[in-house]
Design a protein around this ligand. Structure first.
Ligand code: TXE
Length: 480
C-alpha cells in the first residue's frame, strides 16, 4: 500500500508518530493508500525548515524565484495525465474534469503567480513638495496554507503559488480526504529544484495537524479554504494570536433566470453550475430562481436533461458525474434530500444513492437531484449541501428575485441570466455576493478579486489581492 509522506526540509519523510490514516478511493469505496497522520511535532519540524529557508528565499532575485516556480509548472504540464488520474482516483471526480479543470488550473496558478511577482510593485506619494512617502511590501514570513478536498491540487496551488511568489516560505496542508496530488506535487518540487524548506507539506487530520499549524506562534498568516464551520474554529484560534487571516468558505449561490434569457445557453450552463464536480464546488449555483412566466418550460427541460446526465465510472470518458468524495459526505448529502422531503419539497429528478456496475459497485455515487416546492427560508435552502442537489423556485419581480438571492447567511457567488444588460448590472450591484457572473458561470480571470461576503469568507484571493495578503506593507515618509 503506497504511503503518502510529509515533505519537510526538501525531503519526503514519515510522520514522527509513525502512524498513518486510510486513504479511500471513493469510486471503489475502498482503501487504496495510506496518508501520514501528522501532529504538532511534524509541524514544528516543518516550521523550523521554513524559518531556515526564509532569509535566502525572500531575498532571492524575483526572476530566480519566477524561474523555479515556472519549472514546477512545466513539470505539472508534463505529468498532466498522471496527475489527473491521481486526482480522479483520490476525489471521485471524472478524469476528464481533472484534466480540463483541476490539473490545468494548478499549472496555470503556478505560472500566473510566478510571473505576477515580476510585475508586483508598490506605491509612493509626493506630498506638496515637502515630503515623499514610499510603501514597501515585503514577504510576511512563514505562512500556513490549508486547502479542501473538492478541487485538491487546484486550490492547494491557488494558495501556495502567491505565497511562494511573494517570497514567503510555506507550511501547506491538503485535506486528509484527498492528499495524493499534493504528495505527487512535492516530488515535482524536488525535481524542479525548489530549495529545501521553502515549501513544506504536512498531511493529516484537520483537528490535529491542521490545528497545530493554526496554533503555531511562528506562522504569521493563515490562508484557508473550507467549510464555514471550520473557518469559524480557525478564526477563533488565530484572531487572538493576531495572525493575518484569509478565509474562503462555503456558499449557497443563487442562479437567477429571467424570462428573456438565452434559453439554450441558460439551460446548458445551469446544468454545469448545478452538477459539475458532483456539485462539490463552493461556486455551484444550488438555488435556481426562475421568472414565473418561464418556470414550466425551464423546469421540464432542466429535469429532462438532468435525468440524461451519466453518473458512472470516473475513468470512463462518457461519464459526467463521478463519485462523491467520501461515504460520510454521501450520507450528508442524501440526508439533505430526506430533509427536503420532510420540509415539503417534491423531488422531480434523482434523490437516490446509485449502484454502479463493475469495479465501482461499492463507490459513493448518487443521482443528480432537482427539488421544487420549497420556500427560501427552509434549511434545504439555507444550508450548504455541497452535492449534486439543486432547488428551483419561482419569482415574479426583480425585487423579489433580489430578496430571495440575498436571503441566506452566505454571499460567495451568483449568476444572472437575462438579455437586458441594464437589468443585469442593476441586479448584480444589489446582490450581496463577492463574485457575480452574467450570462456565464465559472468564467475565470485570475487577475480578479476572488472571495465572498457575509459567512462566505474574509478577504480576497486572486490577482494582486493574494500577493498583498502574503506581504506586509510598510510606509516610510521622508521630509524633503
Ligand atoms: O472541510 P473542512 P470538510 C464545505 C462543504 C463541506 C463542509 C465540510 O459544505 O461539506 O465544508 O467539509 C482542514 N484547523 N466545503 O469537513 O473541515 C481540513 O483538514 C485547521 C466548502 O471536508 O473545512 C482540510 O484540509 N485545519 C469548501 C480543510 O481544513 C482544519 C470546500 C478543509 O476541511 C481544521 C470544502 C482545524 N481545526 C468543503 N479542521 C469550499 N469553500 O470550497 C479541518 N481543517
Amino acid at each position: 500500500m503506497e504511503k503518502i509522506l510529509n515533505y519537510i526540509g526538501g525531503k519526503l519523510v514519515e510522520p514522527s508518530s509513525g502512524k498513518y490514516l486510510d486513504n479511500f478511493n471513493p469510486s471503489e469505496g475502498k482503501v487504496y493508500s495510506l496518508v501520514a497522520d501528522s501532529d504538532e511535532n511534524d509541524v514544528n519540524e516543518a516550521v523550523r525548515a521554513a524559518k531556515q529557508a526564509f532569509p535566502s528565499w525572500s531575498t532571492m532575485p524575483t526572476e530566480e524565484r519566477c524561474k523555479i516556480l515556472l519549472r514546477v509548472a512545466d513539470l505539472i504540464d508534463r505529468d498532466l495525465e498522471k496527475l489527473a488520474l491521481a486526482e480522479s482516483i483520490d476525489n471521485g471526480k471524472t478524469v476528464k474534469l481533472a484534466k480540463a479543470v483541476d490539473i490545468y488550473r494548478a499549472s496555470a496558478n503556478m505560472k500566473f503567480y510566478a510571473t505576477a511577482a515580476m510585475h508586483f510593485a508598490s506605491e509612493a506619494h509626493v506630498n506638496d513638495g515637502d515630503s515623499i512617502n514610499y510603501t514597501t511590501r515585503m514577504p510576511i514570513g512563514v505562512v500556513g496554507c490549508i486547502s479542501p478536498w473538492n478541487l485538491p491540487l487546484y486550490l492547494f496551488t491557488w494558495k501556495i503559488a502567491p505565497a511562494l511568489a511573494a517570497g514567503c516560505t510555506v507550511i501547506g496542508k491538503p485535506s486528509e480526504l484527498t492528499p495524493m496530488t499534493a504528495f505527487l506535487f512535492s516530488k515535482l518540487c524536488i525535481e524542479a529544484g525548489l530549495p529545501a524548506g521553502v515549501l513544506n507539506i504536512i498531511h493529516g487530520l484537520g483537528g490535529k495537524a491542521g490545528q497545530a499549524i493554526i496554533e503555531h506562534t511562528e506562522i504569521t498568516a493563515i490562508s484557508f479554504t473550507g467549510g464555514t464551520v471550520t473557518g469559524k474554529k480557525i478564526a477563533a484560534t488565530a484572531a487572538p494570536m493576531f495572525k493575518k487571516l484569509s478565509l474562503e468558505l462555503g456558499g449557497k449561490n443563487p442562479n437567477i433566470v429571467f424570462a428573456d434569457c438565452d434559453f439554450e445557453q441558460t439551460i446548458k450552463t445551469s446544468l454545469l453550475s448545478s452538477f459539475t464536480n458532483q456539485g462539490e464546488i463552493c461556486l455551484c449555483g444550488s438555488r435556481i430562481f426562475v421568472e414565473r412566466s418561464l418556470l414550466d418550460r425551464f423546469v421540464s427541460e432542466f429535469v429532462k436533461r438532468t435525468k440524461e446526465l451519466k453518473v458512472g465510472d470516473p475513468l470512463d470518458s462518457s461519464t459526467q458525474l463521478g463519485a462523491l468524495v467520501s461515504e460520510a459526505h454521501l450520507k450528508k448529502v442524501l440526508g439533505y434530500v430526506s430533509l427536503a422531503k420532510e420540509e415539503g419539497g417534491k423531488i422531480l429528478a434523482g434523490g437516490n444513492q446509485l449502484k454502479i456496475d463493475g469495479r465501482c459497485a461499492n463507490g459513493y455515487f448518487m443521482e443528480p437531484t432537482v427539488i421544487v416546492g420549497l420556500d427560501e427560508k427552509c434549511r434545504t435552502n439555507q444550508e450548504e449541501i455541497f452535492g449534486p442537489v439543486v432547488t428551483i423556485m419561482p419569482f415574479d419581480t426583480e425585487e423579489e428575485a433580489l430578496a430571495l438571492a440575498n436571503s441566506t447567511l452566505y454571499g460567495l457567488s451568483a449568476t444572472i441570466w437575462t438579455e437586458n444588460l441594464k437589468r443585469a448590472h442593476r441586479v448584480a450591484h444589489q446582490i450581496k455576493s463577492g463574485i457575480i457572473w452574467i450570462n456565464c458561470w465559472l468564467h475565470r480571470d485570475l487577475r480578479t478579486a476572488f472571495g465572498g461576503m457575509k459567512q462566505s469568507g474574509v478577504g480576497r484571493e486572486g490577482g494582486w489581492e493574494a500577493i498583498k495578503f502574503f506581504t506586509e506593507a510598510k510606509n516610510v515618509c521622508v521630509k524633503l
